[in-house]
Write a protein that binds this ligand. Structure first.
Ligand SMILES: C[S@@+](CC[C@H](N)C(=O)[O-])C[C@H]1O[C@@H](n2cnc3c(N)ncnc32)[C@H](O)[C@@H]1O
Length: 218
């Protein structure tokens, strides 16, 4: 029997595919495959459905620890949040999402898992959720808006603890439809590195076109 190899805390690999341990056995979140190995059920983490999953497949160490408090901006219905929830066995994820229709899936997910809280709000206004965040060990953002870098920096400045990690998924075409992606990524890198040290980065092709993930340290 092929073994699961733990490649990062709570993230497993087998046959070139990545998985997390299903914290809600028997239940799928977005149609992903389930795999039983011995006593443990794993959920396949589809890299083409999740920028964090794609970054892992591209070799990035997310820097997630299993007891982290994660502030997740652009949580949508919880596809990636569900894998963070699997990983954060002693941690917690606050998912901020501003669409009241999209957040419904996340609300349902949070009712089945006790380490997720959904928050209907705008990541441009961190004061809206500051009473629920003391310090974040990680700030993760996946928001396709022109001012995505500014939003990320605002949240990291307010919440990221010293030594904490930030991951910013950048979608080039949300920033400009005409500029070359290299120029767009260069502009974002410039803005981010004025405030924080960029410790790693990866483009997400072939899982996502014209996307970059930057990893920073607080
Ligand atoms: C690409 S989707 C996120 C997908 C999600 N990260 C996942 O992997 O499951 C981007 C989400 O950001 C949300 N969004 C856009 N602008 C936002 C803002 N200012 N504050 C919070 N959420 C926002 C959108 O409604 C959308 O659901």
């Amino acid at each position: 029997m092929m073994k699961m190899e733990e490649i990062q805390p709570g993230i497993y690999e087998r046959n070139g595919k990545i998985y997390t341990r299903n914290a809600d056995p028997g239940k799928k979140v977005y149609g992903e495959g389930l795999l039983q190995v011995g006593d443990v059920e794993y959920r396949r983490w589809e890299a083409s459905r999740s920028k964090a999953g794609a970054a892992v497949r591209k070799g990035m160490d997310l820097g997630l620890e299993q007891d982290d408090f994660v502030l997740y901006l652009g949580a949508a219905s919880g596809t990636t949040v569900s894998h963070f929830s699997d990983i954060l066995e002693e941690g917690f994820v606050l998912g901020v999402e501003y669409s009241d229709t999209v957040i419904r899936g996340l609300v349902e997910l949070s009712e089945r898992r006790d380490n997720i809280a959904p928050f209907l709000g705008d990541a441009r206004k961190p004061g809206e959720y500051s009473e629920y965040v003391d310090e974040a060990d990680m700030v993760f953002q996946d928001i396709s808006q022109r001012d995505q870098a500014e939003m990320f920096l605002k949240n990291c400045e307010k919440f990221l603890r010293e030594g904490g990690k930030g991951l910013l998924a950048v979608k080039a075409r949300s920033i400009s439809s005409s500029k070359d992606k290299k120029e767009i990524f260069g502009d974002v890198r410039g803005k981010v590195s004025e405030e924080f040290e960029i410790v790693d980065e990866t483009e997400l092709d072939p899982y996502e076109k014209e996307h970059l993930v930057l990893k920073i340290e607080g």
